[in-house]
Every structure is written in structure tokens, then in C-alpha cells.
Design a protein around this ligand. Structure first.
Ligand SMILES: *Cc1c(COP(=O)(O)O)cnc(C)c1O
Length: 429
């Protein structure tokens, strides 16, 4: 499979090159040259297939012959080492829980898949390393650290804002050791992000073979389509149209859902639910795309002012706004509305949603008014424990610590403090 740049000013590349480069040389996101729907009998038989078999069918055309089928199956098996249950919350409303992985965030899937692809492509290059550089506001860093731990030929450097991530998140980034290094930046998330962007453009760092592990990387983005298939498999027997609501920040998840639909998965409608960082809801309402600097909220993994994957979504709809609006809605919610939703879901349904899931729930409820006979599914993108500072006081409860989290709480934090871009360069060497 070849990939082209959405800025249309860079050569087409293979899957391998796209994974290693992350972003095209013209700074565009990569997009697959063709998308071939899966055969109808795949969907007829889906409940007889394992998650790994479903994932293999869904992704194989995007990898092509660049990874042998047996190796790709192995990569998928290691990626999907946990469950993706749909949990009934109310009549015709389900939470698709994506948080049962090693760091209890949905980003585990993309991080585990991407790291193993990189390891495969590096297998013969014993002394030349790739360096994965990633800025995190919390959740991405932990998933990337865990997903890449011990992967041969790849060094991972995570930049996080000092004092601005939760204790659990910080431990997930700073206690693993081996090929994972944490840089504690004296600043905010945007400072971390700026340093990473600068490093990618810095000619003097060419020898480091830098790549990103954000959802701009196709190997992190594409595997996210798997969970829409898994939800379909679980709910298919009810024979109702499906509406998915994704709590959205960089719009990687929902964009992967739209890809699943392009492959033939019968999804009636998508809702991109956002916090007050509402660039896309405003675009759908007013028709002009006007990104704003991000604002801090309690659903902080979605504090994104200019969602990087939105351009991929527009590509899938050939920039046809009217067609796009038939399949897609987007609504934004304040922190106060989010807290109220968490409380009402808990009181009414006994379900503990964290802030991102609650935003997803709100968007879903609104859209379902237009789909009388449908089943609605909101993605629960993180375990409530990851946001315990918000969840515990809002719901007046104490959450038990899951074993995945328990295991990092006793480990010692190791980080290097930096202030400026020059400090980063010195560290990279
Ligand atoms: C990253 C993240 C999101 C946003 O996902 P996108 O694919 O960037 O839209 C939502 N919730 C949580 C908990 C996340 O970590």
C-alpha cells in the first residue's frame, strides 16, 4: 500500500516509510492511496471470528506485503491482549470500554501496534536506532511508554509538563526505565509540544531518526478502527442501527471509526463530542474552520484547539460538507455539564464514567433523539482511576486501585528536568 501526503507536495511512500517518518516531508499527514471495502460475508460471519482475526482482516490491506502475514498476526495478538466490552448503561445505550489495557487508556492499542511495527522494520539494523519523541499532557505518554518498553532498536523520549500531570500518570511515564526516558519540562503542555515540533524540523537532528507516536502516525491511528468492529460483533444480534459517540480531541479515534465504515462496517451515524475546545462543532454550524488556542478542562486529554486528524476526515468525504453532515454530528459541553452527566449516570444507572466518557455520553443522548430505533454507543476512553481527582469528589466515592496501576505506584520516578529547547538538544546529543 502506498500513502500520499494530504499536503500533496511530497513523494508517495510505503507503509514502512510512513510509519518511520510519521509526517510527510511537506508536513502533511499520510493517507492510504486506496480503501477497499471488506467482503459482505466477513460481516455476516463476524461473530464467529476472534478479535485478532477481525483485526487482521481490517488492517491487512493497509500493511500490504511489507510485513509477512504470520508476523502481522503475531503483532495483532500482542496488541490485543485485553478485552473491549460493551457494557449496558441504559436501555439502548452502551459504553464501549477501551480501558482494560496495560495503562488503562485506549491509546494502548495504537501504541502497542505501532511499536511492534517499528521493531519489525528495525530488525536488521542492529546499531541504528529510531527515536520516538512524544509530548504528553498525561495519557499518551503512559501508553507510549508501556507500548514501546523493551522494543528493540527504538528509544522513546517523553516530554511532560512538570507538576501538570497526575501522580499516577507521572509514575506511568517515569518508572519503566530501559529504553524509555522521561523529560520533565519546566512549562505547560504547549511548551512540550513546541519543543517536539521544533526537533522534527531541526536539520541538525537528522541523525537521530526522529519519529512521532501521536495519532498522526498511521500505525497509531489505523488500529483504532478495530474497536468499532468489536462493538459491532457484540451488538449485531440486536439488529438495530448503531450510533457511535467518540469523546474527541485530536479526532484520531473518530477518524478511525469513519475508516471502519468505509470498509463496510454498518454504522448509521457518528458523533464527535468535545469539551469547550469546540473548533469542529463550530465548523459544522458555521462552515468555516477557525481553530483557537486550547483551553484547560477536566477532560484534559481533549484539550485540543486544532485537531490534527480532522483533515483526514475531510479527505474521506472529499471535502463535501453536506454529505459529511449526513453521517456526522459534533457537539460541545462545558465542565459543569460534564460533571452533572457523571453524577446523573452514576445515580440513575450505577455506572462510573470519567469526564471524557461523560462528554461522549452527552453527545450521544443528544444525537439519539434523531435515531428512534438505534443503539447508541459511547466510547469510554480511560479508566475512572486515571481521573480520580475529578471522579472521586464528583461522585463521593473512593475508587479501588486496579492491579495495572498498583504495580507502578511503588516504583521510583526517574526523570531529567529541562527548561529550554537547547536542553532538549543537549539531551538528544
Ligand atoms: C486521547 C484521548 C482522547 C481523544 O482521542 P482523539 O483520538 O485524540 O480524539 C479522549 N479521551 C482520552 C481519555 C484520551 O486519552
Amino acid at each position: 500500500m502506498k500513502y500520499y501526503s494530504l499536503n500533496h507536495n511530497a513523494p508517495k511512500v510505503s507503509f514502512e516509510e510512513a510509519v518511520i517518518q510519521g509526517l510527510a516531508t511537506d508536513k502533511g499527514l499520510y493517507f492510504p492511496e486506496s480503501i477497499t471495502p471488506l467482503k459482505a460475508d466477513f460481516f455476516v460471519n463476524i461473530e464467529n471470528l476472534s478479535n485478532a482475526e477481525i483485526a487482521f482482516e481490517a488492517i491487512k490491506q493497509f500493511v500490504g506485503d511489507e510485513i509477512p502475514a504470520e508476523t502481522l498476526k503475531q503483532i495483532i495478538a500482542e496488541t490485543l491482549c485485553f478485552d473491549f466490552p460493551t457494557v449496558k448503561v441504559e436501555k439502548d445505550i452502551y459504553a464501549l470500554e477501551l480501558y482494560h489495557g496495560p495503562t488503562m487508556a485506549f491509546k494502548d492499542v495504537g501504541a502497542r501496534f505501532m511499536s511492534r511495527c517499528l521493531a519489525y522494520f528495525n530488525k536488521d539494523q542492529k546499531d541504528s536506532k529510531n527515536t520516538v519523541l512524544v509530548a504528553t499532557s498525561g495519557d499518551t505518554g503512559g501508553a507510549v511508554a508501556s507500548g514501546f518498553l523493551g522494543v528493540q532498536g527504538v528509544e522513546v523520549i517523553i516530554l511532560y509538563p512538570s507538576g501538570k500531570v497526575s501522580d499516577i500518570q507521572e509514575r506511568q511515564l517515569t518508572t519503566l526505565g530501559q529504553n524509555i526516558k522521561a523529560l520533565e519540562v519546566d512549562g505547560v503542555f504547549d511548551d512540550c509540544q513546541d519543543m517536539v515540533k521544533k526537533a522534527f524540523l531541526d536539520e541538525s537532528l537528522k541523525h537521530k531518526k526522529l519519529t512521532s507516536a501521536n495519532s498522526i502516525n498511521i500505525a497509531r491511528w489505523l488500529p483504532q478502527m478495530f474497536y468499532f468492529f468489536f462493538a459491532y460483533k457484540q451488538l449485531k444480534s440486536q439488529n438495530k442501527p448503531l450510533v457511535f459517540s467518540c469523546p474527541s480531541g485530536n479526532f484520531g479515534n473518530i477518524c478511525a471509526g469513519i475508516m471502519a465504515k468505509k470498509l463496510g462496517l454498518p454504522i448509521e451515524h457518528f458523533v464527535a463530542s468535545t469539551n469547550v475546545n469546540d473548533t469542529v462543532p463550530r465548523f459544522l454550524e458555521k462552515g468555516n474552520y477557525d481553530p483557537k488556542p486550547s483551553k484547560a478542562t477536566i477532560s484534559n486529554a481533549m484539550d485540543v484547539g486544532n485537531p490534527s486528524n480532522f483533515i483526514r476526515i475531510q479527505e474521506m468525504y472529499n471535502n463535501d460538507l453536506e454529505q459529511f453532515k449526513k453521517d456526522f454530528s459534533s457537539f460541545s459541553y462545558t465542565d459543569a455539564e460534564t460533571l452533572e452527566a457523571m453524577q446523573s449516570i452514576y445515580k440513575k444507572d450505577g455506572y462510573i464514567a470519567e469526564p471524557h466518557g461523560a462528554v461522549g455520553y452527552l453527545g450521544l443522548k443528544k444525537e439519539l433523539k434523531n435515531h428512534a430505533n438505534a443503539i447508541g454507543i459511547f466510547l469510554e476512553t480511560a479508566h475512572p482511576i486515571k481521573f480520580l481527582d475529578v471522579v472521586e469528589p464528583a461522585l463521593h466515592l473512593k475508587l479501588p486501585i486496579p492491579t495495572q496501576i498498583e504495580s507502578v505506584l511503588h516504583k521510583e520516578k526517574v526523570s531529567v528536568k529541562i527548561k529550554t529547547y537547547e536542553d532538549l538538544k543537549v539531551f538528544l546529543g
